[in-house]
Design a protein. Structure first.
Lengths: 203, 203
DNA sequence: TTGACTAAGTGTTTATAAGACACTATTCTG
DNA sequence: CAGAATAGTGTCTTATAAACACTTAGTCAA
């Protein structure tokens, strides 16, 4: 039995949640889009394999990788009995541009307009999307999608992209301030209109 | 690389949350207590392996098995590179007695008084306990710990055992009734004192 | 310079959910 | 028949979530 890892790498582009796909060169599913990933090596932890594959295939490193679920139905890979441990990660739009240029045949797609995917990667993506939607309510998911300093409007865009629905500006701002997950800086960003105060995450 | 499954099987005994452990006969960790589990077979799904191992080692079948997490640190098994996919399941006290007699060298332990465990099974147990505590708030976890008909006091004991803290009787009953997760039957149980109405789960 | 446009920023009210809290009722036992 | 044990029942308070609109600061163009 062989074990692979697959990574759902999210980012926000143009106010929409995107994820990174790679065009497969080898069979099976040659030419198809698929999640970045690959085999766990000998004497390598599964977590380490996920970090390594992400780095090798997308150039992204030093991000928080969270394990999602292990998919182990026979027949999910035509090469034989191969189970995969799925992970997700997030990068801010700034970092993703570098990543996109490093990686060959990698491209960002909006989660609500994905091409056909190899293997059972469609199911993995759906699982990842559900997970981050749920975690948004009770954790700091979304922080990794932004640079160190950001405006509250930018943070709201992240939340709206993940949830797929608009949020009330005042309720949103009150919640993040009460929960104490951000703290204001003394910097302001000139965004072309009225300047916006920059915040950073606490801790 | 080989893949195993391990199952954390919960039940409630004497108002406390227990789980089932098996005394290992073979090396490594011979003589130690460990979670029921074993290797995934050729052409077997991981889910099916969990169900099969649970049946073989404890006699329990036809229960809902939920995947918890995959543990894949090298060194977690002295036999080599073996990752394990952890599951949890729950059985009512009635069923567990039969299971306990079927299985050789299986025993129930309170989760807050476990013996030393083989491998990284201590971490798996902690993960499972956290998972069911969290799920108690927003799902119907706990239903599988009770027979088809039960009193509200029995349901409260289940919740208290999982949370590890007492609950207010009136608030608890109001919540389960408002959430509409139980419906009353026309039966009453003579429990020795004042009879209690029996309920069943909706759907 | 001024008017139009764009995004930032700001409070109150209402509805819903959660938590604290104590007594009566029924049955069995001695 | 008195006492012990568990079942069952409402109200008030507090916290949390949701709905809702206008003012302000800056840019750009006429």
């Amino acid at each position: 039995m062989r074990v692979t890892v697959d990574i759902v790498l999210f980012t926000i582009r143009e106010r929409r949640l995107h994820l990174l796909l790679i065009r497969r060169l080898a069979e099976p599913f040659a030419g198809c889009f698929a999640l970045p990933g690959g085999f766990v090596l000998a004497d390598e932890s599964v977590d380490a394999a996920a970090a390594r594959e992400l780095r090798e295939e997308t150039g992204v490193e030093n991000v928080y990788l969270e394990q999602l679920y292990t998919f182990g139905e026979p027949g999910r890979d035509p090469r034989g009995q191969i189970i995969t441990v799925a992970y997700y990660a997030m990068v801010p739009q700034t970092q993703l541009l570098q990543a996109g240029t490093d990686a060959a045949d990698a491209a960002w797609f909006p989660v609500d307009a994905l091409p056909d995917l190899a293997f059972d990667h469609q199911a993995i993506v759906a699982y990842a999307h559900t997970r981050i939607r749920n975690k948004l309510g009770y954790t700091n998911v979304g922080f990794e999608l932004l640079p160190a300093k950001f405006t509250l409007s930018e943070l709201q865009v992240v939340h709206e992209a993940i949830l797929g629905e608009p949020l009330d500006k005042r309720n949103f701002r009150r919640r993040v301030q009460i929960q104490g997950i951000v703290k204001p800086t003394k910097e302001w960003r000139a965004t072309g209109r009225k300047p916006a105060q920059l915040f950073r995450f606490k801790d």
